[in-house]
Design a protein around this ligand. Structure first.
Ligand code: NAD
Length: 501
């Protein structure tokens, strides 16, 4: 019997009001491994969760920030204790290999400890007054109820980037995780709730964190249009992000959007080729290419193009596909049947419409046990030209487009030539080119001699152009999103305003 999961609303684990459910299955062994049954919630459940969060806010905002930070410290400790179990279950529900799900969990742990320490900072600014007997202060205050909507590719790291700073700032949370990865999300919320009970004891406040499972079109829509939700933090596709911006922005909610990417790695003719090869291999095919920071374009200087491509094809063909919880597996499955079908559609576009040259992969992987899951062969297209659809559109799968460039300027122009601007990478030993790349690349993240993937919890994460709406996750900047500034003037002159002047 598959385990049955519930929503957490107002401190109680409960079924959806409709009683509807959905299944969570292993994408590497679809028919064999049913992971759990989850509530398929609707607007009634969202309304109840938002009401609970609204009520809880009035108490939670008065808990001193260092105390809120203490809770996050306990969250970090509990996640550390359960790291292996969380990673194993994450691989089971979304397919990326164990080393990667351990990294995803560790990012959540790092974010917890960073947020815990921020409880003792949340610095404001003081400024001198124009008047002699007056004190000017400004400090951060919480905003209210936050709605959090997340994707499936980083089921732990991304929710923690949002929930932890929001909580430390004194906001309450209604969280809707992706339908594909509800178990990791349920574990996270269970950990946060148990840490709250432990630290607050008899002063525990129900409703500070709520999780409502279900479909984006139902639960997500109910959240973004709810009048008592004060802010929305969303990570996902650009199309859904635009919709959220319209609906939530239309009622003047504060909205943070982290959206798609079409990231590129440039390899110059003076680069360390071995280093660049490792980087593109994991940047393109790690997490089966399903990272917002995945390397989906490789821009090769013409002098090294043929040699580098030959080495890359050789290494790619040696990657081992399989269930990510088993040893010696490099690449897991696509997350779902429909995701794999969408990847294959793009491969057909690459072959038939763009007329690029398929040099590796390009088909479902179905040998032996791979037939049980949604596996796709790591795929490389050569002779890709700027402007082709496979060069412009986010594929979100194990497909790499290789483009030849004439020189450094040409490479930077190709890299910048899409509507997205998340991550980027340049391999070169020329310090001048490296510095020009840092200056001229239009992206939120630039790596020099490193792959496009990866993030550190205390650094700002996010992108420019259609990758987002200017906010960042991670680091110190996210605390600006989750707090309002209040300006305070203390007048100790004993004079009326007019007398003062
Ligand atoms: P998605 O947009 O389909 O779904 C994301 C979340 O939004 C899910 O929880 C989904 O249920 C919900 N949702 C769907 N429709 C909704 C609606 N109408 N109203 C409210 N919520 C709705 O994205 P996905 O397939 O889960 O994730 C892949 C996408 O996420 C890719 O485009 C990827 O680039 C992007 N992503 C971006 C970042 C980043 O930081 N920039 C990080 C990870 C993933």
């Amino acid at each position: 019997m598959a385990e049955k999961f519930k929503n957490l609303i107002n401190g109680e684990w409960k079924d959806s009001k409709s009683g509807n459910t959905f299944e969570n299955r292993n994408p590497a062994k679809w028919n064999e491994d049913l992971i759990g049954i989850f509530p398929s919630s609707n607007a009634d459940d969202v309304n109840e969760a938002v009401a609970a969060a609204k009520k809880a806010f009035e108490k939670w905002r008065l808990v001193p920030a260092p105390k809120r930070g203490d809770i996050l410290k306990v969250v970090g400790d509990k996640m550390t204790e359960r790291k292996d179990e969380i990673a194993f279950e994450m691989t089971r529900e979304m397919g990326k290999v164990l080393a990667e799900t351990k990294g995803d969990t560790q990012e959540g742990i790092d974010t917890a400890y960073y947020a815990a320490s921020e409880g003792r900072r949340l610095f404001g600014h003081n400024a001198p007054s124009e008047l002699p007997d007056k004190l000017n202060l400004s400090f951060r205050v919480p905003i209210g109820v936050g709605g959090f909507i997340t994707p499936w590719n980083f089921p732990m790291a991304i929710p923690t980037w949002k929930l932890f700073p929001a909580l430390v700032c004194g906001n309450t949370c209604v969280f809707k995780p992706a339908e594909i990865t509800p178990k990791t999300a349920a574990t996270l919320v269970e950990i946060v709730d148990s840490a709250m009970r432990e630290v607050l004891g008899k002063d525990y406040i129900p409703g500070v964190i709520n999780i409502v499972h279900g479909k984006g079109r139902i639960v997500g829509e109910a959240m973004i249009s709810h009048p008592d939700v004060d802010l929305i933090s969303f990570t996902g596709s650009t199309d859904v992000g635009k919709r959220i911006n319209e609906v939530a922005g239309g009622s003047l909610k504060r909205v943070s959007l982290e959206l798609g990417g079409k990231n590129a790695q440039i390899v110059m003719n003076d680069a360390d080729q071995e280093l660049a090869l490792e980087a593109v291999l994991w940047g393109a095919f790690g997490t089966t290419g399903q990272r917002c920071t995945a390397t989906s374009r490789l821009i090769l200087h013409k002098d090294i193009h043929d040699e580098f491509l030959a080495k890359l094809i050789d290494r790619t063909n040696k990657l081992r596909l399989g269930y990510g919880n088993e040893n010696k597996v490099d690449v897991g499955p696509c997350v779902s049947e429909s995701q794999r079908a969408s990847v294959n559609d793009y491969v057909l576009i690459g072959k038939n419409e763009d007329k690029a040259t398929l040099v590796s992969g390009g088909d479902f992987a179905t040998e032996g046990d791979l037939a049980k899951g949604w596996f796709y062969k790591p795929t490389i297209f050569a002779d890709v030209k700027p402007g082709m659809r496979i060069e412009q559109e986010e594929i979100f799968g194990p497909v790499l487009s290789v483009i030849k460039c004439e020189d450094f300027e040409d490479g930077i122009n190709i890299l910048n030539g899409t509507k997205y601007g998340l991550s980027s990478s340049v391999f070169t030993k020329n310090v001048n080119d490296a510095c020009r790349a840092i200056r001229d690349i239009k992206a939120g993240i630039t790596y020099i001699n490193g792959a496009t993937i990866g993030a550190e919890a205390h650094m700002p994460f996010g992108g420019v152009k259609q990758t987002g709406n200017g906010h960042r996750e991670g680091g110190w900047t996210v605390y600006d999103f989750y707090s309002e500034w209040k300006a305070v003037y203390i007048d100790y002159s004993g004079q009326s305003f007019s007398g003062h002047r």
